[in-house]
Design a protein around this ligand. Structure first.
Ligand code: SF4
Length: 454
């Protein structure tokens, strides 16, 4: 197996919720297809009459509730996830229209009806597959197949073999190898991450810190927007936002020991509710779980007064955990259930708290391990296919478990820990393989089944 070769900024992506694999991935796929269309020569463009997009797997099963149609339209209309208006999906949903897809000096008609919910079962190698087809009068002129593989990551058919990345100064496949690199070279974890990131992206250290601070700003903006927005979330569930009410209670809380719980709940719900509204969030590692890392960032920054540099280094520690989960298991609910989304986010947040507070590597690893261990087996069962029930409250629970993971990890000498992070990631992968498809983002089992008619 090759070493981890992911950039921090591929794991933490800015874009519209409510599901990175259903919105950010498809939007990036559509933008990539648009770039292909722009490369067509004039005679091919003149022949083109229409575009059709087929969604497969859980994109087909829950794409309606997850905003996949609007994400695909936004990408084909020239929007990128990072720079699109925060409410772009909402605009497209609430003002359905006949759009015009620019094709050189021509335009093709484009509407939601051109996005087709195809089969749940399919022969493609990844669960969430999109096929883009450009038709002329005589048949297909151009066809592309993309896989949305979780966390906004995207692959194109045949791309796996072609993806060649620069050699990293400190390669590792798992936590054990990462630990060996740290001890052999006398490095702290954030230094190893910075050196690898520099080699991978060519960015300078200052540029990396600037981008990390931008991520922190975007996370805090999502929390701030959510704390200030009340009302009902979009979709048929009629779910009331809760973050502003909890935040209000925080101002007048009597019992001091409730404060941290109320704060984490309010902050996690705020960002998760913004995600459910389809607004801009940061995947951490996914959109569905995008309330957990921002909740601890907001707590550490606003309640505990930690500085920007400590938080950036905490984000790098969180990214290490996300990388390892993605590399050795999965961070996609469609592959391993919610343990890969909320469970991994909780582990990342636990690592962030530990590292940002100045703890060394072993405590950071143990905190992440503890948080993930107690999410093993968590299924993905979004009611009606909407990233609302149980997803939003699950973010609040994940944030609490993250902080608790940190507290437990500091209770005994780090070397007394019996389970290491590699083992729990292996367990997550094995458990995910055993989960029936109805528990993997198809909205066909668990709460989605029991509350299906609400
Ligand atoms: S249940 Fe978990 S994995 Fe599934 S959509 Fe909700 S947050 Fe994502």
């Amino acid at each position: 197996m090759p070493p981890v070769e992911t950039s921090v900024f591929e794991l933490f992506r800015i874009g519209p919720g409510p599901s990175s694999s259903h919105t950010i991935g498809p939007m990036r796929a559509a933008a990539r297809f648009l770039a292909e269309l722009e490369r067509l020569d004039a005679s091919q463009r003149n022949e083109a009459v229409q575009v059709k997009i087929h969604l497969y797997g859980s994109l087909s099963a829950t794409g309606q509730g997850h905003g996949t149609v609007e994400a695909v339209l936004a990408g084909l209309l020239g929007h990128e996830p990072e720079t699109a208006p925060p409410d772009i999906l909402e605009q497209l949903r609430t003002h359905p229209a006949q759009h015009r897809l620019a094709l050189g000096d021509r335009e093709l008609p484009l509407s939601a009806g051109d996005v087709i919910f195809d089969t749940l079962d399919h022969p493609f190698p990844w669960p969430n597959t999109l096929r883009f087809l450009l038709y002329g009068p005589g048949g297909v002129l151009l066809e592309r197949e993309y896989y949305s593989i979780g966390g906004g990551f995207l692959l194109e058919k045949g791309e796996e073999a072609a993806a060649k990345r620069p050699r990293l100064p400190y390669p590792y496949q798992n936590m054990a190898e990462c630990k060996t690199q740290l001890t052999t070279h006398g490095l702290r974890l954030h230094r190893l991450m910075l050196e690898n990131e520099k080699a991978l992206t060519g960015a300078s250290e200052n540029e990396i810190y600037d981008r990390l601070e931008h991520l922190l700003d975007c996370m805090e903006q999502a929390v701030d927007r959510g704390l200030q927005t009340s009302g009902v979330l979009p979709g048929p569930l009629g779910l009331q936002r809760k973050a502003p009410a909890l935040h209000h209670r925080l101002q007048s809380v009597v019992y001091e020991q409730e404060k941290i719980l109320l704060a984490l709940n309010a902050y996690a719900l705020a960002a998760a509710e913004e995600n459910a509204a389809g607004h801009t969030i940061v995947t951490a590692p996914t959109a569905g779980a995008s309330g957990i890392v921002p909740a601890v960032v907001y707590l550490l920054s606003h309640s505990l007064g930690l500085g920007r540099r400590a938080l950036c280094q905490g984000l790098l520690a969180a990214a290490t955990v996300g990388f390892l989960a993605k590399h050795n298991a999965s961070i996609a609910g469609a592959e391993v259930g919610c343990q890969g989304e909320v469970g991994v986010a909780s582990a990342m947040a636990a690592a962030l708290v530990s590292y940002a507070k100045g703890h060394r590597f072993r405590v950071t690893e143990n905190a992440a391990e503890t948080a993930l261990e107690h999410h093993l087996g968590l299924t993905c069962d979004p009611v009606g296919g909407y990233v609302q029930i149980p997803c939003i409250e699950r973010n609040a629970m994940g944030a609490i478990k993250a902080y608790n993971g940190f507290l437990i990890a500091t209770a005994v000498a780090p070397t007394l820990y019996k389970v290491d992070l590699d083992k729990v990631i292996q367990a997550m992968a094995a458990t995910g393989r055993d989960l029936l498809p109805k528990y993997r983002e198809t909205a066909a089992g668990g709460l989605a089944l029991c509350l299906g008619n609400c």
